[in-house]
Design a protein around this ligand. Sequence first.
Ligand SMILES: NC(=O)c1ccc[n+]([C@@H]2O[C@H](COP(=O)([O-])OP(=O)(O)OC[C@H]3O[C@@H](n4cnc5c(N)ncnc54)[C@H](O)[C@@H]3O)[C@@H](O)[C@H]2O)c1
Ligand SMILES: O=C(O)C(=O)C[C@]1(C(=O)O)C=C[C@@H](O)C=C1
Length: 309
Amino acid sequence: MSEQNTGQYSQITIIGIGLIGSSLARAIKRAKLADKLVVYDSDPQAFEKALELNLADVFETDISYAVETADLVILAVPVGAIGIVGSQIGTYLKNGATVTDVGSVKASVLEALQVSVPSGVHLIPGHPVAGTEKSGPEAGFAGLFDGRWCILTPPEGADRTAVQRLTEFWTAIGSTVEIMDAEHHDLVLAITSHVPHLIAYNIVGTASDLETVTRSEVIKYSAGGFRDFTRIAASDPTMWRDVFLNNKDAVLEMLGRFSEDLTALQRAIRWGDGDALYDLFDRTRTIRRRIIDAGQETDAADFGRTHED
Ligand SMILES: NC(=O)c1ccc[n+]([C@@H]2O[C@H](COP(=O)([O-])OP(=O)(O)OC[C@H]3O[C@@H](n4cnc5c(N)ncnc54)[C@H](O)[C@@H]3O)[C@@H](O)[C@H]2O)c1
Ligand SMILES: O=C(O)C(=O)C[C@]1(C(=O)O)C=C[C@@H](O)C=C1
């Protein structure tokens, strides 16, 4: 197989075969991007499931064997585990190989991996901005990344050819690649992804506390807005715990802004300021229209995205 900027690598190894890792495995197979696809997962259940689904060519139970001949290593584990995996594989990586990840937070990942990835290995962190509330190897699907953004956050001085090659890889997977620095990524994602998840967890948590008062009415009447929040609030607890612990500053900064704006809304309701409410709702409706026009969303309720969508 040619390895000339086609997005192809002789051996690709995926560490962590959950929703994102297994979607990547399927997409790599679909686009024939590797001669050999190797998978490792520390959880025996996920490992067995991946084997049963035939998601790779080789299922490795020893992480050092999994990475030692790999040209591209993709870490698809929760953000809090990326540094640990980095320290397990650092000394086994092949000179000239590329190590990337798919974590939802980038600055802390870069910092953690810079400690263990040796200088002869290209470290290029990444984040596909695509996902669902589901987890595990059976939840993945090849089309997950189609038409979605993938943000790469190479450190200063990263090898341009290696970055270009990884860009070609994500393009062949179906995504559009954007390059930015890790801190900027974390600030942007704090408002577009992390705070929205926190709000969903919070509103569903509040409603569940109220449920003891209202009996089963919360579930019974959850047809509309609340139901959309429950999809997001069903997202993986480990993943999201790690996101908030690792993007603390940006999330707290955005939450501060959010709280101020919420207070202004509270005041508008209290004083009957209909114009203030109307103006905001009109502005936010425009944003939704712009997202749909940009082709990033369907106009239907979008909960429960699966491989059938
Ligand atoms: N779920 C999403 O919507 C989404 C979207 C984009 C990026 N991400 C990022 O992708 C990464 C994976 O998320 P996911 O949704 O695929 O999670 P997941 O729970 O479906 O899969 C994670 C897998 O990693 C394995 N794992 C955990 N610790 C490990 C370790 N130390 N060594 C080897 N394997 C280990 C788990 O057993 C599991 O199979 C996270 O960093 C997350 O932030 C998630
Ligand atoms: O659609 C969803 O379920 C998602 O939450 C996907 C989503 C997002 O917030 O957009 C979640 C986390 C990721 O890091 C990237 C994508």
